[in-house]
Design a binder for this molecule. Structure first.
Ligand code: SF4
Ligand code: SF4
Length: 431
């Protein structure tokens, strides 16, 4: 059944053909890794190793007691070369463990996680976080509060971001594990219904998932529209339920997980496998675009080199997709658990830098495109003047930073950047 999506949204070119038909292959086997102690939302981990220690692939190297966190495991065996600060793609400066990897490693061998007595416990033990990019610890989402019961689990297989195809390949190549993960999540939270939502530009993934399940897991083909994979838009498409202003998506009784997270969870429960590698789409201006199974901590530069290097002049390297991803200023930054893709754009594919004083011609296109029914042009004007009371009145915190408004603006106003600024200012004021 094809479901209609949500209000607003846009239809950018997909640019997925370079990698959607290419099977997942193993990425580089690095000589060294940089493993940040914070790859998730929540409390950063503290290193439990010291310089000079030898660690084994899968061994815990960072942990913390906090509920909202996820331990970090050694992605490869080797010697701890240093524990030092590292700047992530996000600009965040965090503590990181540098590992000089053993020669000739056997990547089929790893230390298994501690035995857990629940699915949430296995998620915690394996360090699983949301792999769609949000990197929220999965164990927390698998432990919903008693006053917020979950009736429907939704697996997000939309992958609406242009260029990215890692989820598509995961659904095609490991549909049984997607379904296994879906059932594990359903049973862990006591939901009665589980749905996998997939955009209708991936009919082969829909077919593969349907062939892998009985009637207990619904595979729903959803209209291709950006940002169909955003949590609130996906809940609306599947349940017809809107998340009220100021409420959490969980208030609808739905719980959303990414399909890649479901696979990682199935492996944590069945094999006690820690999250030490992930599939990353490497595409755009590279010689061999593809989906590469990449060891966490591999540098972005090494991953691009493994894909054959740049295939032309480079305008920008993006971590994630072009709509919600972040520009990479230092190619030595590491791949982390939430890195879904590395996209290399040419100079002509990058919007020129603009400033907040670009004129607004009141065309209304940004409001039409906004899936959160905000008025981005109003928010942009107030944010540009640092009028935070007004941005609060116009619900800046409801912005999901999808970038639709900036995409459609004919005068290229940097709307999403301005609204992001307003959100930060409001959060700093404690709103
Ligand atoms: S205001 Fe926010 S939610 Fe609305 S289109 Fe712009 S970025 Fe997306
Ligand atoms: S799309 Fe741009 S020009 Fe049009 S109303 Fe929005 S901010 Fe103004």
């Amino acid at each position: 059944m094809l479901k209609a999506g949500f209000r607003g949204g846009i239809h950018p070119s997909g640019h997925k053909q370079a990698t959607s038909g290419v099977a997942i292959t193993r990425g580089p086997v690095p000589a060294s890794l940089i493993v940040p102690m914070s790859q998730h939302l929540g409390a950063p981990c503290l290193p439990v190793v010291e310089k000079g220690d030898h660690v084994v692939r899968g061994q815990v190297i960072g942990t913390v007691e906090a509920f909202v966190s996820a331990p970090i495991h050694a992605p490869m065996s080797g010697v701890i070369a240093a524990i030092r600060p590292q700047v992530l793609v996000s600009g965040q400066r965090v503590s990181a463990v540098e590992i000089t990897c053993d020669e000739d490693p056997d990547l089929d061998v790893f230390v298994r996680c501690e035995l857990a007595d629940s699915t949430a416990g296995a998620a915690r033990s394996a360090g699983i976080v949301g792999m769609g990019g949000a990197a929220f610890p999965a164990s927390v989402k698998l432990t919903p509060p008693h006053d917020m019961p979950v009736h429907t689990v939704i697996l997000n297989g939309c992958e609406c971001e242009p260029y990215l195809t890692c989820d598509h390949r995961v659904m095609l190549e490991t549909p049984l594990e997607v379904i296994d993960g879906a059932r594990l999540i359903r049973d862990a939270v006591g939901a009665s219904r589980v749905v996998v939502g997939v955009e209708d530009n991936k009919p082969d993934a829909v077919a593969a998932l349907r062939a892998a399940t009985a009637d207990d897991v619904e595979i729903l083909s959803l209209r291709t529209s950006y940002p169909q994979g955003a949590e609130k838009q996906l809940i609306f498409a599947v349940l017809g339920a809107e998340v009220s202003h100021g409420k959490l998506p969980a208030s609808t009784g739905a719980l959303v997980h990414n399909v890649g997270t479901a696979v990682a969870l199935a492996r944590a429960v069945r094999e006690r496998r820690p999250l030490i590698e992930r599939v990353v789409t490497v595409t755009g201006r590279v010689v061999r675009p593809g989906n590469y199974l990449t060891v966490i901590g591999t540098s972005i530069g090494e991953l691009i080199s493994f894909a054959g290097g740049f295939s032309g002049e480079v305008g920008r390297v993006i971590s994630g997709g072009p709509m919600t991803g972040m520009g990479v200023s230092d190619l030595s930054a590491p791949v982390v658990k939430g890195t879904s893709g590395i996209v290399v754009l040419g100079p002509g594919e990058v919007a020129p830098a603009v400033h907040g004083d670009q004129p607004c011609i009141r065309c209304g296109r940004c409001s039409d495109a906004c899936p959160m029914m905000l008025q981005p042009f109003v928010l942009g004007i107030y944010a540009n003047k640092r009028m935070w009371d007004q941005t609060q009145d116009h619900h800046a915190l409801d912005c999901i930073e999808c970038g639709c408004c900036s995409y459609v603006c004919p005068t290229s106003r940097p709307l999403v950047q301005l609204i992001r600024l307003a959100k930060h200012a409001q959060l700093e004021r404690g709103e």
